[in-house]
Design a protein around this ligand. Structure first.
Ligand code: FAD
Length: 452
């Protein structure tokens, strides 16, 4: 029999990053919240292996965390990364700051952040967390859902009033929405997979490379990155084609892996003592972009986070965008005085163009990271851009900063970025060195562009 639920009780599906933060926001508005999570309580079970274990958190994410009062606490365990450090095939380094002085993106532990959010949720008397509960079916018309207890393999049916789906890229709630008439849905996989590898701490728990940086080994058709952890280790992620000359398919033995790394990433090989073992033991993850619409079903269901917009990880914005969903939804609850029909409608209208924009930007940034950051002309262009930005701070914010260090809607950032790229294309024809920026004819051109 279906459980009776009080009319002001809200149901959140998924207790991952977005679901646990969302529960805190809803509870602050006075609602009673039930969160259902398929996995075991990760505070007891330990972090799952093989998943990306650190993430880059930036301004949009911080704002959402501050909205529930945990910004400062998370900052204590976050590592600021002020610049990209590019490693070339000879181990030579070049550098590119992310923003202005003191602007940084932050490396945080995925499991640590999720645990903190769950701790807060558990301490809140209005929130009830239910682990090992997998949603297997949603009946939209009857407002009923099925939950399978994964430990006992038993199933229960529950009714719900309002369902917030934060159950990730392969959302079960979205699967029910996809069966409704004229539902728009697409999923697209890159021909690249990712593999996580681990750089151990140095002898005294020291970082074996620059700590406050995001490291990149750009190699044209593929790349590796590394983000620091608090214990002195780094998580490396290799983004690599599934097939082809240099690909997962081409590396089948320990010797092949070692020889390949020795050839293309020589400076990192001594830091990866378990390279071949990890390479074959750790799973290869796939990279998907998911777009869908609508995100809401009447005043009954809404999708958030990866459930509505899974993106590839190259802008470091997936979680940040999901967290921003929570702050936007919260502001709309305020604006529409808890009229859920209006809140859900406004939410999807507001956020869909932004989700599409960040999905496009994330794919664009993949090309930039794996290929263009190794190009001296590109790095020169970035330097010129920061000069323009310093000279015209009110008129020019680099695209990366608009996405990462601002709260401007992503769609607006993308439109500005396209405009700026065409301006840079025109200017760079007159620039060969950094000093050329000060040439009178270049200054005149810049001024003209600014006055357009
Ligand atoms: P998830 O984190 O997927 O959580 C969904 C939750 O729902 C999970 O706990 C899951 O167990 C649960 N669930 C799933 N199905 C069911 C079901 N049927 N019933 C009940 N529960 C269910 N983002 C950044 O901002 N910065 C980064 O640097 C970054 N790096 C990344 C690197 C990689 C390699 C990848 C793959 C992603 C990265 N992301 C990054 C993106 C980020 O991981 C996601 O955007 C974020 O995890 C989305 O959170 P979510 O809560 O919406 O979904």
């Amino acid at each position: 029999a279906a459980d009776a639920v009080s009319s002001d009780s809200l149901t959140v599906m998924g207790g991952g990053l977005v679901g646990s933060l969302l529960a805190l926001y809803l509870a602050r508005r006075g609602y009673s919240v039930d969160v259902f999570e398929r996995r075991a309580d990760l505070r007891r079970a330990g972090a799952e292996e093989g998943r990306s274990i650190n993430l880059a958190l930036s301004d949009r994410g911080w704002k959402a965390l501050e909205g529930v009062g945990i910004g400062e606490e998370v900052r204590q365990v976050a590592i600021p990364m002020y610049r990209r450090v590019m490693h070339d095939q000879q181990g030579q380094l070049t550098f590119q700051p992310y923003g202005k002085e003191n602007q940084a993106i932050y490396s945080v532990s995925r499991a640590g952040l999720n645990q903190k959010l769950l701790d807060l949720a558990e301490a809140n008397p209005q929130i009830r967390l239910h682990f090992n509960q997998q949603c297997t079916h949603v009946d939209l018309r009857e407002r009923r859902l099925k939950l399978r207890d994964v430990t006992t393999n038993t199933e229960q049916t529950r009714t719900f009033q309002r369902l917030f789906a934060a159950d990730g890229a392969f959302s079960a709630v979205r699967a029910a929405m996809q069966k409704t008439d004229r539902y728009e849905y697409s999923q697209s996989f890159l021909e690249y997979g990712y593999k996580e590898l681990n750089i151990e701490p140095g002898p005294d728990g020291q970082w074996q490379m620059e700590k406050n940086a995001l490291h990149i080994w750009p190699r044209g058709q593929y790349m590796m990155i590394a983000l620091p952890n608090l214990d002195g280790s780094f998580n490396c992620t290799l983004f690599f084609p599934y097939e082809g000359e240099n690909s997962f398919a081409a590396l089948q033995t320990d010797e092949q892996v070692l020889a390949f790394f020795q050839k293309v990433f020589p400076d990192v090989v001594p830091l990866l003592p378990d390279l071949a073992t990890e390479f074959f033991q750790n799973p290869t993850g796939s990279l998907v972009t998911i777009r869908c619409y609508p995100w809401a079903f009447a005043d009954e269901v809404v999708l958030l986070g990866d459930a509505s917009h899974a993106i590839v990880p190259f802008y470091g914005q997936g979680m940040n965008a999901g967290f921003e969903d929570c702050s936007v939804l919260d502001s709309l609850i305020e604006e529409y005085h808890n009229d859920w029909h209006a809140v859900f409608a406004a939410f999807q209208q507001r956020r869909k163009p932004d989700a599409d924009a960040i999905a496009d930007l994330a794919i664009y940034n993949f090309e930039e990271m794996r290929d263009r950051v190794a190009d001296p002309r590109f790095l020169l262009q970035k330097k010129i851009e920061s000069k323009i930005s310093a000279q015209y701070p009110d008129q020019w914010m680099p695209l990366y900063s608009q996405v990462t260090f601002s709260h401007m809607p992503y769609a607006q950032a993308l439109a500005n970025g396209k405009r700026q790229e065409s301006i840079m294309g025109r200017l760079m024809q007159h620039i060969q060195t950094e000093a050329d920026y000060d040439l009178p004819e270049v200054q005149q051109l810049v001024q003209q562009e600014m006055n357009q």
